[in-house]
Design a binder for this molecule. Structure first.
Ligand SMILES: [Zn+2]
Length: 95
């Protein structure tokens, strides 16, 4: 969840470390300190953002073995056509 700057409305904000007594008071009130990267305004929010890692990557490894190069080429060509057909079929399915 993005925390919007209360001064300029920018969404380019970041959690900053707590410091000082006022931050402790805010901590007790369940407020988290943020700083706007656009205007440097420091403010508090009840939103606690959690740093997310990169989105998951879906991958597969396929090993194709053939006796001859010609056979391998034919198998890869058939596999390529099958993948193309599957992708095309998937794009036709309404979301
Ligand atoms: Zn700002």
């Amino acid at each position: 969840m993005t925390v919007v700057c209360k001064h300029c409305g920018s969404m380019d904000t970041a959690r900053v470390p707590r410091s000082g007594l006022w931050d402790f008071v805010k901590y007790v009130a369940d407020r988290f300190p943020y700083r706007c990267r656009s205007c440097s305004f420091r403010f508090y929010s009840t939103t606690r953002t959690i740093k997310k890692g990169p989105p998951p990557v879906h991958k597969a490894t396929i090993e194709v073995r053939a006796a001859t190069e010609r056979e391998l080429t034919a198998m890869l060509l058939a596999l390529s056509k099958a993948v193309e057909a599957a992708v095309e079929q998937k794009s036709k399915v309404p979301q």
